[in-house]
Design a protein around this ligand. Structure first.
Ligand code: SF4
Length: 347
């Protein structure tokens, strides 16, 4: 058994003969997708069966993302819809949830449940196998709820991770994706992310390694060297830049400058000539002038990302940026988003 625990038993009086059905709705990032697979596995071990749709379920779990307010608003209406289902399912919320939302969801009839580390699903058929290596974040970017919803950084032990990777390879997965809010700050005792990558790369077999997501400030020379040397690592790095303007980067509390970011790209390209970069960008951060946005557009043009997740700034309660004047209109944010899309996707 891998490290598997569930913080509070939700089905204390559950009788195996009941054969109840569950349905999980997943929103947001790969971390949530991976967690949902594991929650499903956990429920099946408790004799729950997967339902074909939420309408046939006795238990619906909403594994949610709080990065944008619009995403949270959609959950409120989803809960109201679920309450009209004939089977009257129990509704649980998990994932990335702010305390204030937990209270509101509860009033609506959906309780928050915290799942701990659950063993991975045993019968995944797809080629990608997700392995969470760490959770949480210590960075407190001024716009981001993750440090509030996921808590401080916590790295899983290398032994547990290696065991899971081997198990996934045995099942036939050919691509291992290491997940975490900030994988390149992984640290378990003396094992840092670079050491961990080497250990995984040394596992025999024909497979590839991918990892996300990274913080530019934690991309050390040692790590760049390891990525270049390990033949199983896919030569594509997701390196969120968020803005190409130093004043905005400071206001975002990103802890690096445009120059640092561009030097990093240059350094990595020199060491790994065939490397590809993908990124995240936020447009319309409070106070972002047209000239400041242009700095971002220039950086995006310069780096030539192969993919980019472009988000319109959305104020999130509890974050420091929440108190700033969200003074860029939705229309202007959309315009800026369109410009960046054109640069990255050439359409
Ligand atoms: S590093 Fe990422 S997860 Fe952490 S606060 Fe910043 S944006 Fe959020």
């Amino acid at each position: 058994m891998l490290d598997c625990f569930y913080t509070k038993p939700i089905f204390k009086n559950f009788k195996k003969t009941q054969a109840k059905k569950y349905f999980i709705l997943t929103y947001g990032c790969q971390m949530n997708e991976s967690d949902s697979e594991r929650i499903g596995f956990y429920l099946e071990k408790k004799a729950y069966k997967p339902a074909k749709s939420e309408k046939q379920a006795d238990l619906v779990i909403l594994n949610i993302c709080s990065v944008r307010q619009s995403a949270v608003n959609r959950i409120y209406s989803k809960i109201n819809k679920l309450k009209t289902i004939k089977t009257k399912p129990k509704i649980f919320i998990t994932g990335c949830v702010l305390d204030k939302d937990k209270k509101k969801f509860k009033i609506l009839g959906a309780s928050y449940k915290k799942f701990g580390q659950i063993a991975m699903k045993k019968d995944c058929k797809h080629k990608i196998g997700y392995v969470p290596i760490m959770r949480g974040c210590n960075n407190f970017c001024s716009y981001c709820v993750v440090p509030y919803t996921r808590g401080r950084e916590f790295s899983r032990s290398p032994n547990t991770i290696l065991r899971e990777v081997r198990e996934l390879l045995k099942q036939g997965h050919t691509e291992i994706v290491l997940l975490g809010q900030n994988v390149n700050s992984y640290l378990f005792k003396k094992t840092d992310f670079s050491n961990l990558l080497k250990l995984i790369n040394n596992i025999s077999g024909d497979f590839k390694i991918r990892f996300l997501t990274n913080h530019p400030k934690d991309m050390s020379d040692k790590l760049i060297n390891t990525i270049s040397k390990c033949e199983k690592i896919i030569k594509e790095i997701h390196l969120p830049v968020q803005s190409g303007d130093n004043k905005i980067l400071r206001a975002m509390n990103r802890k690096y400058t445009k120059e640092h970011y561009l030097n990093l790209i240059k350094k990595i390209r020199k060491k790994i000539p065939n490397i590809k970069f993908t990124t995240d960008v936020i447009v319309g951060f409070p106070g972002e002038t047209k000239a400041q946005f242009q700095n971002t557009a220039d950086l995006v043009k310069k780096v030539k990302f192969t993919n980019a997740y472009i988000a319109k700034y959305s104020p999130r309660p509890e974050t420091t940026a929440f108190n700033l004047d969200n003074n860029i209109s939705h229309k202007e944010k959309k315009r800026r988003e369109k410009i960046l899309r054109k640069i990255v996707f050439k359409k």
